[in-house]
Design a binder for this molecule. Sequence first.
Ligand code: FEO
Length: 392
Amino acid sequence: MAPRKLKEGVFSVGAIDWDRRLFDSLIPLPLGTSYNAYLVQGAAKTALLDSVEPALAKDLFANLDELGLRSIDYVVCRHAEQDHSGTIPAVLQRFPGARVVTNQKCADLLALHLRIPATSCDIVADGAVLELGGKSLQFTFAPWVHWPETMFSFLREDKILFTCDFFGSHLATGTLYADDEHDVYLSAKRYYAEIMMPFRQKHPAYLQKVEAMGPALIAPSHGPVYRRPQLILDAYRDWTSDKVKNEAVIAYVSMHGSTKLMVDRLVDRLVGRGVGVKQFDLATIDIGELAMGLVDAATLVIATPTVLGGPHPSAVYAAYLAGALKPKLRHAVIIGSQAWGGKTVDTLQGLLAGLKLEMLDPVMSKGLPSAEVLAAVDRLAEAIGARHAALA
Ligand code: FEO
């Protein structure tokens, strides 16, 4: 992808990863992603903001070549994760005079992960300004947007805020701006759910800081640039708030159909009570979809057969994931089937314990669900419905 101009002297020069389908060997990327690097050319100095995933280094260098760049004065590193920093060593080889401008925590991580020596780095403080000549970058530390070293960079003259992963979306597109708001919103929500949600408590303070800056453009490190910043600011305000929606996520796995009969009954009764249901078959689910469902839901139902004395491994994975992603759930419950004993309920409740939810009474069926079991499922739907009604 050719370099794309945001403003005079400001270019998007990163790479689009159209074909990547998995991030961190964990996160599905159904729509690919991008690694956004930006070039800011002042009258006196030129700064490159971040780099790209090393596998796509050639795209970054092709963009810099196309702009006729002969030197870079600064490589501003705002986040040490390798999808943004991994090509910095190659940039320093290509432009040996360039200094890495970063904060101390980020410099420590660059030394750890990429062996970039401290002698290559100029350390900045929170609030510091890098003057480029008619253009200046102000740095705002934002630790734990998801790593401890992240910092935003505000190009004051053009009011462009570069936010690293914050506000990002895993979306490969040739369109520079987030004008297709529906698609970008969904990709940004998926990104938030998978990457940002565990750090939700930190985000409202950063939202306030961003709003105070009044950016005209928000340029994250993944996905399109927001020229209507309110789109992503409103979305993050919603997702990071404590408000849950009248929604239940039902994550289920069934081996011979008994658990599925219970799920079908529960879904039917919940829908009848006006509860929004998002149902996911753990045997086939893209876990990003499950993570997105957890952003707003008030209740999590994990439904599983008992196999080898405990929950199905897919249910263990879902419970572990929910525990790690720290969604703003209020209630959870385990349902399922078993032929003989097992530790299904204890194991899953243990994995969710850190969320400090109200755990509703489990419903476990011996084999095919009986009329009594289905009546217990009905009572569970009633209990969930009553709690959701109280949310309003
Ligand atoms: Fe896109 Fe935290 O790296």
